[in-house]
Design a binder for this molecule. Structure first.
Ligand SMILES: [Ca+2]
Ligand SMILES: [Ca+2]
Ligand SMILES: [Ca+2]
Ligand SMILES: [Ca+2]
Length: 606
C-alpha cells in the first residue's frame, strides 16, 4: 500500500489484487506485455506523469478496480493504450496523450460503468475510444479524438446511457472502410451525443446501426462526410439542433442525414442541413419519421428525398426549404407521407402562390415532386399584408353639431400590421397623426367657419395599404343674434305694461331666457309679458329717476351664448316737492312715444 514508484526505468508495474492507494508517477514503462496492470479490486490508485510506450497494453485494468486516476500520462505506440477488462467503475482518465497505439486508444470491454474519460488527446490509434459490451453510464468529454484509423468513438453491444459530450472527433479514416466519427452499433440505447464537433471522417459523421435506439443526438456540428448522420436499422432516436453541412465528400452519393433499412420513429428536428448533396434521404423501410423545424438549404441535389414505396407514414412539416436542387421528392405510396400537420406545412422558396387573406398559409397547395403526387396544402407563406385597415368611426356621429371647442373623436382601427393613423379636416391639406383617440387639433378647428366640416380618418399598414373613412359634422361658432325691439333701452314703463318683443337669428337655437333685476331666470320662446312678480318687485323698488335691468339671453346648441341688457325706467311721479309733476309726465310720455316711432323707422330702413 501507498508505494511511490518514482523515476524508474522499469519494465512493467503490477498493482496486485486489492492493492489500493498506490502512486505510480513519472516512470518510463516500455516494452512489456502489460505496461501498468491494475489487478482485481485495485482501488484509489493514481497513475500520472508516466511514459508508457511499446507495451502490448499500456495500462490494463483487470476487474473490479474502481476510483483509480490516470492522468497526464503519455501512452504511445502500444497495442492498446488503456484496456479495461470488466467491472471497472468510477475511474477517471484525463489529460493523457494516447497516440499511435496499433489497436484502440481506450478500450472498455465488459460491464465497465461510470468511468470518466475527459480531456485526453487520442490520435493515431485504430479506434480512438471503444466501449465494447454493456458499458453504461460512462462520460466521454472534452477529448480530442482525431486521426484514428477506423472510428473516433465507438460503442457496440448494449452500451447504455453513456454521455459523449463536447469532443472533437475529426478525420478518423486511416483505415478506410465504413469509417465513422461516432459509431453506435448493436443495441446501444439511451446514449447522449451532444456538442461534439465531427468533421471529415470520410464515410459517416455519426452512425447508429442495428437497433441503436432512443439516443439523443443534439447540438453537434457534423461536416465533410459521405453521410453526416446515418440512422440505419435503429429506432426512436432524436436528432435535434445539429448543424449538418458540407457532407459531399463521396464521388457517389452523399447526404446530410440518411434514414434507412427498417427504422421507426426517429425524430429529426431543428437541424440546420446546409450545403450537402442530398439534405435528408429516406429509403428502404424508413417509417414514421418526424421531420420538423429543420432549415434545409443549399443542398445541391435535393432538400429531402423519400425514395421508395416502402417508406411509410413519415411526416414532414414546419421545415424551411431554400435553394435546394429540388426541394422535395416523395416517391412513397400516394398518401403515405404527410407534408403538413395540424394545419401547417413547410416553407418552400419556390412556392408560386399567394396569401391574399394573410393567414400565413399559401392559398393554393405546393406540389411535391415524385410519384406519390403529394401536396403541401398548408405552405408557410407570407407575401406581405394584403388586407386594408378597418376603420370604424364611433364618434362624432354624422351631422353632429359642434361649437368653437374642437370635438373629441373615437375611432376603432384594426389591422394586423397597423403602421400609422391620421386625420384631416381640410381634405388633406394638413394631416394630423394620432396614436390614440382624443380631440381634433384645436388650432385647426379654429380656422373653420360656420357650416359643415368633413373629418377624414386614415390608417395604413406596413404593407402600404391605406384605408379611410370620413364623417361630416356641423360647426356653429356664431352666437345667436338677439334683438329686443320692445322694450327699448331706457323705456319708461307703466307698471301694467310688461310686454316684450324680440327678433332672433340663429339656426341652432337652444334656449332663450331673461332675468329681471338679477332675479331668477325665466325661459321664453315667443313674444309676451315679462314675469309679473319679478317685474312688480323691480318696478316698485326703483325710484322715479332710476331704472332696473332686464337681461335677455339666447344660446345655441353649440354652446354659443349672447345676452342683451335693457334698462327699464318705471313711470313714476317725482316726489311732490317737484312742481308741475303731472304735466311734466304727460309731456315726457308723449315725447317718448315719438322717439320710439322714429327709432322704429330707422330700424325699418336698415
Ligand atoms: Ca398576404
Ligand atoms: Ca392564405
Ligand atoms: Ca393590413
Ligand atoms: Ca349659432
Amino acid at each position: 500500500y501507498n508505494n511511490i514508484v518514482d523515476n524508474n526505468v522499469v519494465n512493467g508495474i503490477r498493482i496486485m489484487d486489492h492493492a489500493s492507494g498506490n502512486w505510480v508517477i513519472s516512470n518510463k514503462i516500455r516494452g512489456n506485455n502489460y505496461g501498468v496492470v491494475i489487478f482485481d479490486h485495485g482501488l484509489n490508485n493514481t497513475i500520472k506523469f508516466n511514459s508508457i510506450t511499446g507495451n502490448t497494453r499500456g495500462i490494463y485494468f483487470q476487474e473490479y478496480s474502481d476510483n483509480n486516476v490516470i492522468k497526464f500520462n503519455n501512452m504511445s505506440d502500444n497495442g492498446y493504450g488503456i484496456y479495461f477488462m470488466d467491472y471497472n467503475a468510477d475511474n477517471k482518465i484525463h489529460h493523457n496523450l494516447i497516440s499511435g497505439n496499433s489497436n484502440d486508444g481506450i478500450y472498455l470491454w465488459l460491464y465497465n460503468d461510470l468511468n470518466y474519460i475527459a480531456d485526453n488527446n487520442i490520435s493515431g490509434n485504430y479506434i480512438g475510444i471503444h466501449l465494447n459490451e454493456y458499458n453504461d453510464n460512462n462520460t466521454i468529454q472534452n477529448n480530442n479524438v482525431s486521426y484514428n484509423g477506423q472510428y473516433g468513438i465507438h460503442l457496440e453491444y448494449s452500451c447504455f446511457n453513456n454521455t459523449i459530450e463536447n469532443n472533437i472527433v475529426n478525420y478518423n479514416f486511416g483505415v478506410s472502410f465504413n469509417n465513422a466519427g461516432i459509431f453506435l452499433w448493436n443495441y446501444c440505447d439511451f446514449n447522449t451525443v451532444t456538442h461534439n464537433t465531427v468533421i471529415g471522417n470520410l464515410y459517416f459523421g455519426i452512425w447508429m446501426l442495428s437497433g441503436s435506439d432512443n439516443n439523443l443526438i443534439n447540438n453537434n456540428t457534423v461536416s465533410d462526410h459521405s453521410t453526416g448522420i446515418n440512422i440505419q436499422s435503429s429506432d426512436s432516436n432524436t436528432v435535434i439542433s445539429n448543424t449538418v453541412i458540407n457532407n459531399t465528400v463521396s464521388p457517389i452519393t452523399n447526404e446530410g442525414i440518411k434514414i434507412h433499412v427498417d427504422t421507426l420513429g426517429n425524430i429529426i428536428k431543428n437541424n440546420t442541413i446546409d450545403n450537402n448533396e442530398m439534405g435528408i434521404h429516406l429509403v428502404n423501410n424508413a417509417d414514421t419519421t418526424d421531420i420538423t423545424e429543420n432549415l434545409i438549404i443549399n443542398n445541391t441535389a435535393g432538400g429531402i428525398f423519400i425514395e421508395d414505396l416502402n417508406c411509410d407514414n413519415n411526416e414532414v412539416w414546419l421545415n424551411y426549404f431554400i435553394n435546394n436542387g429540388f426541394n422535395a421528392n416523395d416517391s412513397s405510396d400516394p398518401g403515405d407521407s404527410s407534408w403538413y400537420k395540424g394545419g401547417i406545412g413547410n416553407y418552400w422558396d419556390d412556392y408560386g402562390g399567394t396569401d391574399a387573406n394573410d393567414d400565413g398559409i399559401g392559398d393554393i397547395p405546393y406540389n411535391i415532386d415524385g410519384s406519390a403526387g403529394s401536396q403541401d396544402n398548408y405552405t408557410i407563406w407570407d407575401d406581405g399584408d394584403d388586407i386594408f385597415p378597418n376603420i370604424t368611426i364611433i364618434n362624432p356621429i354624422p351631422n353632429q353639431l359642434f361649437g368653437a371647442q374642437a370635438p373629441d373623436f373615437n375611432v376603432e382601427i384594426r389591422d394586423k400590421n397597423l403602421h400609422k393613423m391620421w386625420y384631416t379636416i381640410d381634405n388633406g391639406l394638413n394631416n394630423y397623426t394620432f396614436i390614440s383617440n382624443g380631440s381634433i387639433y384645436q388650432p385647426a378647428w379654429d380656422l373653420e367657419s360656420n357650416g359643415t366640416v368633413t373629418i377624414g380618418f386614415y390608417a395604413n399598414d406596413t404593407g402600404g395599404n391605406i384605408s379611410f373613412k370620413e364623417i361630416t359634422v356641423r360647426i356653429d361658432i356664431l352666437a345667436p343674434i338677439l334683438t329686443i325691439v320692445n322694450p327699448l333701452n331706457n323705456d319708461i314703463r307703466a307698471k301694467t305694461n310688461r310686454t316684450f318683443d324680440f327678433i332672433i337669428v340663429e339656426e341652432n337655437l337652444d334656449t332663450m331666457w331673461y332675468s329681471i333685476a338679477g332675479g331668477q331666470n325665466h325661459k321664453f320662446t315667443v313674444n309676451g309679458s315679462l314675469n309679473q312678480a319679478d317685474w312688480d318687485t323691480a318696478w316698485d323698488a326703483t325710484t322715479w329717476d332710476g331704472s332696473f335691468l332686464v337681461r335677455f339671453y339666447a344660446n345655441d346648441t353649440a354652446g354659443n351664448i349672447i345676452s342683451v341688457d335693457i334698462l327699464v325706467r318705471p313711470n313714476k311721479q317725482a316726489p311732490s316737492s317737484i312742481p308741475f309733476g303731472y304735466n311734466y309726465f304727460i309731456i315726457i310720455g308723449i315725447s317718448t312715444i315719438a322717439l320710439i316711432v322714429i327709432k322704429k323707422r330707422k330700424l325699418n330702413q336698415k
